[in-house]
Each structure stands twice: as C-alpha cells, then as structure tokens.
Design a protein around this ligand. Structure first.
Ligand SMILES: C[S@@+](CC[C@H](N)C(=O)[O-])C[C@H]1O[C@@H](n2cnc3c(N)ncnc32)[C@H](O)[C@@H]1O
Length: 252
C-alpha cells in the first residue's frame, strides 16, 4: 500500500479523535511555534494554503491571527469533514475552504478553484507521510508552485525519530516500533489525545529529520530559519531546564 493510501485509511479511523492533539503538550508547543513563525496580527488580510491541513488546527490559528482566508488541502475526507464541522460550529462561513487531494501530486491536475499563489503556505506534519524521496519532491513542488515570491512557508516536521523524549512520550506522543527503511525509518506514532490515543504508521526520511535544506532550496525557498522547541513559550518557563537541546519538535 502506498504511503498516501495508508494515510487515507489511517485518518479515516482517527479523524474524530485527532483534533485533541492540540491539547497535548506537543500540540501546545506547536501552536506557540506557529505563533512565533507567523506572529499574531502579521497575517492580516493574507491568504494561506494549508497542505495536509487535516482537522484545521493550524488553519484556525491563522484565521485567529488575521488571515483573510485559508484553503486546506488534504487527502482525507474524514479529516476535512471534522474541520468543516468545527467551522460550522463556530458560525463562520467562507474563511476556510476544504479541498480533497493528494498533495504529493501536482495540485493543478485537480479541478479545485485554488488561488494561483498564496502569501503563506503551510505543510505541517505531512512529510511524515512520505516514505520515498519522490513523494517529498511532489509535496515540495506544490509548495514552490503556490507560494508568492516573497511569501512565507511554514512547516512542522519531526527532527529525531530516535529521540529519548519521543520514546518516553514526554511531550504527549511516543513511538511504538521503529523500523529502518531506505533513506530513513517508518515508525508507529502514538499521540496522547483525550479521551483516547490516536495511533498510526508514519515515515521519517533522513533528508527531512536530519535538517537538510536541499528540498526546501530546490523548491525556491531562501532564508530558511529553523525554530526549535526552546523558542516556544515553553522554553521560557520553569520546565526549560528539562529540555533536551536536540529536541525534535521544530518548525521550519
Ligand atoms: C499529522 S496530520 C497533521 C494535520 C495538520 N497539518 C496539523 O498539523 O494539525 C497529517 C495530515 O496530512 C494528511 N496527509 C497525509 N498525506 C497526505 C497527502 N499525500 N496529501 C494530502 N494530505 C495528506 C492526512 O490526511 C492528515 O490530515
């Protein structure tokens, strides 16, 4: 089964529980890193494309920070349905749009009325659903194609699938098995969402977790900034002495 088909099957099962990830320590840190990267207020009037945006956790943050609109593209209709239900429950219409597509394929091949270019493109955690370099290249091709010159790309990725913290589940997620594959690893991820954990198989290729800028630069991205856990607000609180400097939650 391709990693794309696997993602589709996995998220059909976990879609309802996935949004609870936002309340885990990792989810809270992530939101803070996104806030640092995009800055509340800095998105006023801007249009955002959220590749693999799932249940809309970060899309909603962008709206909160003033974005005019967010287009979520995701392979899982179930995740998109959760995102659209949440929008409906907030009584909002037209701020977030939802499109089903595989973001490792050229999005121009779908008949979706996407904008030609976006001020901001996000791709949070989708690289963990690519077990081949060619899949990553397809994802980065879309990032490059849809980002305006001078626009901002933000992406959260895993930085160290072997980290002690990840094994122990320190930040509200842990690895089950880890298996080496060509160019990286596959692993079983367990997210400590409430009321029930969310579990699925993911992949992490060395070209991503090792911090290489190659794929980013090939997509035309420049001035690449790596933001570590220490730069989330958590980094300033009492628990900072507890943090491993090689921590694995990073926003690029
Ligand atoms: C771990 S979730 C992250 C969701 C969201 N980006 C966030 O940070 O809350 C990964 C999402 O990527 C989507 N996904 C995985 N592979 C994809 C692909 N090839 N094309 C589109 N979406 C994909 C999944 O359906 C899922 O919603």
């Amino acid at each position: 089964m391709s990693s794309q088909d696997k993602a589709k099957t996995s998220y059909a099962q976990v879609a309802t529980a996935y949004d609870g990830y936002a309340q885990t320590p990792a989810g809270i840190i992530e939101a803070q890193l996104i806030a640092r990267a995009l800055g509340p207020g800095d998105l006023t009037g801007l249009h955002v494309l959220d590749l693999g945006g799932g249940s809309g956790i970060h899309a909603r943050e962008c709206i909160d920070y003033g974005a005019e609109s967010v287009d979520i593209v995701d392979i899982s209709p179930e995740m998109l349905k959760i995102a659209s239900n949440i929008e409906e429950s907030l009584g909002r219409e037209g701020k977030i749009r939802f499109f089903e597509a595989d973001v490792s394929k050229p999005l121009s091949e779908y008949n979706h009325p996407l904008r030609e270019k976006y001020d901001v493109v996000m791709a949070n955690w989708i690289f963990s659903h690519a077990d081949k370099r060619s899949t990553l290249e397809g994802m980065f091709a879309n990032i490059g194609a849809y980002l305006k010159p001078g626009g901002i790309f933000v992406g959260i990725r895993d930085a160290n699938p072997f980290s002690h913290e990840f094994k122990r589940g320190k930040y509200g997620a842990h690895t089950g098995w880890v298996k080496e594959i060509e160019g990286g690893v596959k692993y079983w991820a367990v997210l400590h969402c409430k009321p029930e954990p969310v579990e699925f198989e993911v992949a992490s290729l060395e070209i991503i977790y090792g911090g290489s800028k190659e794929l980013y630069e090939n997509a035309g991205l420049t001035k690449i900034v790596e933001m570590s856990l220490e730069r989330s607000f958590f980094g300033c609180c009492a628990c900072c002495e507890d943090l491993d400097p090689g921590s694995y939650w990073k926003a690029l």
